[in-house]
Design a protein around this ligand. Structure first.
Ligand SMILES: [Zn+2]
Length: 183
């Protein structure tokens, strides 16, 4: 079981940062270390991981090594460059908020997004693109994700410098959220 995933991704939804460039940057910065065998684009935590990802608690229960070959319950990092637009939602995720009236958009937002349509706010009827929505910290969408596995929601967050470094690659601001309640 995965305790949760801290996900970093470009705010601009159609942004396609170069996988090699992001990998190089994260290696240089020390967020990621050695590649994990038999897991595509997955890495163990690098030597400066704990300087780039800040934990709230005083003694985080974080494990950086697997206990055995099947173990996926430790902290590792996967870079996901997707061919299709992905919506990543936590179980029981709350809908994003309208950019105009700040009220939650209706349940239909997911259908509209998957059909490439604008989202119409049920409260004020403002039409907006998905990247204009005010996303909450339990969901996000895009083509590219840095997934930091086995982080409890809210337990840790990236330092602003890391997000700025990532922004230097694709000129889009980056945000983060938590995927939780995974099987
Ligand atoms: Zn509205």
């Amino acid at each position: 079981m995965n305790q949760g995933i801290l996900i970093l991704h470009p705010e601009k939804i159609d942004s396609h940062p170069d996988l090699q460039q992001v990998t190089q940057l994260l290696l240089q910065e020390g967020l990621i270390g050695s590649a994990i065998d038999n897991m595509q684009n997955s890495y163990s935590a690098g030597e400066t991981f704990l300087q780039l990802i800040t934990f709230m608690g005083c003694s985080p229960h974080i494990r950086f090594e697997p206990e055995d070959e099947q173990d996926k319950g430790y902290c590792f990092i996967t870079l996901a460059a997707c061919e299709n637009l992905q919506i990543r939602l936590s179980e029981h995720a709350r809908p994003p908020r309208c950019c105009a009236c700040k009220k939650p958009v209706g349940k239909e937002w997911q259908t509209a997004v998957s059909q490439g349509e604008l989202i119409t706010c049920p409260h004020c009827h403002q039409q907006q693109r998905p990247d204009q929505l005010n996303w909450r910290n339990d969901s996000g969408m895009g083509y590219f994700f840095i997934e930091i596995n086995n982080i409890f929601p809210g337990e840790a967050q990236p330092v602003p410098r890391l997000l700025q470094q990532l922004q230097s690659i694709d000129a889009s601001q980056w945000r983060y959220f938590y995927l939780h309640s995974l099987g």
